[in-house]
Design a protein around this ligand. Structure first.
Ligand SMILES: NC(=O)c1ccc[n+]([C@@H]2O[C@H](COP(=O)([O-])OP(=O)(O)OC[C@H]3O[C@@H](n4cnc5c(N)ncnc54)[C@H](OP(=O)(O)O)[C@@H]3O)[C@@H](O)[C@H]2O)c1
Length: 366
């Protein structure tokens, strides 16, 4: 197994972020596996959940790829096998589930065997964003999962789709699911430097979300394409916190029947969730009590099937086009995790190579 030192990126109860090397090797519960982390994938949620939703006194991180160290004798995962996946979230989240540490624990039903055609760095960034996109497309919008397995000629076009912030990792996954099931046209917004890649991934037309005319440009394009009003619209960036004014996406929607969703809490629209097979409890900052998002197992396993399709078809009809490895110096990695929480710095999916190298400094609370 190599070194048994476990270095971790940790958030304490005061929301101060620090590097720890005193946590030891975590222990598995029932139907869980111990994994030596190869890469951990970074999400804005790693830090945002600590700041906004009360997930503290724990190791940061949800996504990973790694090598199985130990498993139950009847487990389908065997020591030495390469796996990837994600780990549970909820108030009081155990330290063992944080993925930004050199050894982590994962429930067996939240990981998959990494096939040879997926680099471990890419596998580490896939699960949370693909599950969130799948929840949008196949659960919130109720588009048919079986279409993933049909040919283009067999598709019944579900109708025009708009993805706001399509170069976020959630947006990229949504675009590729929508394309694979035959949605057409697909309008997307992103910075201009992303447009050519997004067109290759299946977008019909791209707009710069920073343009002062973006709303009227999108509306004109929907009219010019003459394929009907927008049927589906996802805000994959979730950037406009003031929900008392319509977001730019909402301003593009002219038909009350358009199905809308937003990746963060926003009044009047639905929010996807990456984990749906268990109740999830959060304590929203500034509110008196925690709240529970009840489990919705059918939705979860439908999204999991879409993830399986993405894994099987990786590098053919599905991929994360921009994956970047950051330094494995623990302090540098922690700074990167914090920076990614302020969406906008992103240039694709960032993954951290393990084992981490120890550094001694604490990072100030945000
Ligand atoms: N509900 C859930 O379960 C769940 C799960 C995962 C993520 N999320 C949320 O989904 C959002 C995206 O997460 P992610 O990991 O996919 O993000 P990401 O990959 O880190 O996204 C980075 C990209 O955001 C884009 N962006 C920044 N400001 C924007 C704006 N004003 N309008 C449109 N795009 C903008 C930039 O695109 P350009 O390069 O084109 O400028 C940047 O490249 C976050 O808010 C995250 O918290 C929710």
């Amino acid at each position: 197994m190599g070194s048994r030192r476990n270095i971790a990126l940790y958030v304490n109860e005061a929301c101060s972020f620090e590097v720890r090397d005193d946590l030891g090797i975590p222990e598995c519960g029932e139907k869980e596996i111990l994994v030596q982390t190869v890469y951990s994938g970074v999400n804005p949620a790693d830090v945002v959940h600590s700041l906004q939703l009360g997930i503290r006194s724990t190791v940061l991180g949800y996504d990973f790829s790694g090598k199985v160290v130990s498993s139950a004798s009847n487990s389908k995962f065997k020591p030495g096998q390469f796996v990837a996946g994600y780990t549970p979230t909820s108030l009081g989240r155990p330290i063992k589930y944080g993925t930004h540490q050199d050894f982590l624990v994962c429930p067996e039903d939240m990981c998959f065997t990494v096939p040879d055609h997926i680099p471990m760095s890419h596998a580490a960034g896939l699960t949370t964003v693909a599950m969130t996109a799948a929840d949008v497309v196949f659960n919130l919008f109720k588009l048919p999962l079986q279409s993933l397995h049909q040919t283009l000629a067999e598709h019944n076009n579900p109708g025009p789709f708009l993805i706001w912030g399509a170069s976020t990792s959630v947006g990229i996954c949504t675009l590729q699911f929508a394309k694979a099931i035959g949605c057409e046209p697909i309008f997307v917004t992103a910075s201009a430097s992303r447009h050519s890649e997004l067109l290759e991934l299946g977008a019909s037309k791209c707009f710069d979300y920073a343009s002062p005319t973006v709303v009227s440009d999108v509306k004109a394009a929907v009219r010019d394409m003459a394929k009907g009003n927008l049927r589906y619209a996802l805000d994959a960036a979730g950037r406009e916190p003031d929900s008392s004014v319509p977001s730019l996406l909402e301003q593009c929607v002219e038909d009350a029947r358009t199905e809308t969703a937003c990746v963060i809490f926003r009044a009047g629209t639905r929010m996807p969730l990456a984990v749906r097979h268990m109740d999830v409890t959060f304590h929203l900052k500034g509110t008196p009590h925690p709240f529970v998002i009840p489990a919705s197992p059918d939705d979860h396993w439908r999204a999991w099937e879409a993830l399986h399709w993405a894994v099987t078809n990786y590098n053919r009809t599905f991929k994360l086009p921009w994956v970047r490895e950051c330094s494995n110096n623990a302090r540098d990695a922690l700074e990167e995790v914090i920076a990614i929480a302020t969406l906008g710095k992103g240039a694709g999916k960032v993954v951290i190579k393990h084992p981490l190298l120890m550094s001694e400094h604490a990072i100030d609370p945000l």
